[in-house]
Design a binder for this molecule. Sequence first.
Ligand code: KG4
Ligand code: ZN
Length: 353
Amino acid sequence: MNVLGIETSCDETAAAVVRDGREVLSNVVASQAAVHATWGGVVPEIACRAHLETLTPAIDEALARAGIGLGDVDAVAVTTHPGLIGALLVGVAAAKGLAFALGKPLVGVDHIEAHIYANILAPFDELRANGGEHEPPFVSFIISGGHTTLFEWRGPGDMDRLGETRDDAAGEAFDKVAALLGLPYPGGPSVEKAARAGRRDAIRFPRTSVGHGAKHRRPLDTSFAGLKTAVLYYLRGQDASRPGAPGPYAPPEGVNVADVAASFQEAAVDVLVDAAVRAVERRGVERLAVGGGVAANGRLRERLEEAARRHGFRLFIPPRSLCTDNAAMIAGLGYHNLRLGRDVGLEIEARAR
Ligand code: KG4
Ligand code: ZN
């Protein structure tokens, strides 16, 4: 069964064709990063307009690369939530029109669960070779611009939330620190690049571990706002106890941007790895699957691999192209939702949360 996936929840316009929920026949992502870079972040109205302009060509390209025509599409899957509401509406409206015109089923997909599902899709060749190593259940850590959430995922629709950030998402912290350092949007890749030339131990930024100690009711929560603020105060040469307005958005004279980037990245990675290891140990699940844009970070991948060796769990991380927003994960999970009868029908609606 060929499922056409459509994803427009934020600033990537994406379309993909996935066969039987596993085999990625095409995965087209038209990034709007260049459009939003001028503004230093995603501008919702500009994102909607760009989706409108780019979605039809992206769908055409996804079909062409998959070597199929519209008549070979068996179902249309689309992200319904969470995301920017105007941006989601563009994808949902297009998907409804297409499904109606083709007389094929329409299915809605949760973007966050789809990031988890990317782990099932990703290593398809590998999967065929090793016969199902990537099957759930696993602990899944979705680390993106909007979420930093730990789940236990037992299969489509069958999951528990174990913990999440109390404030900023990890990707948001990368984006804000990049802005403070005068590095270009999107911030995550810019910080990672700058960090390569820096020393990880140059500055000791705080690691806010919410969950240590038995008294915590939500022991697997994380926090990134304190770390971001520590970078801000460091750049202003101030004591963190003294309040102040954010900015200026350029590194002060004499600041070693690479050292700040590397030290910040190391602190953020420490917090993430610590939470992941504790989640795996608490749940007694021997597999960790990571996803979301921040999972593209090389230092995080390296440190998670190290932790997996040390603590004896299996680690799955999709290739970078399936960590950041894409429609293959939407088509993949959409196939299962359709089989389960979840969110199927022309009455599905976009919603921000
Ligand atoms: O999953 P995603 O593409 O979109 C959301 O659903 O949010 O994640 C985007 C986030 C952004 O905050 C971006 O800066 C971050 O992922 N990101 C990275 C890297 N690549 C993307 N953060 C750190 N290092 C990277 N290499
Ligand atoms: Zn995402």
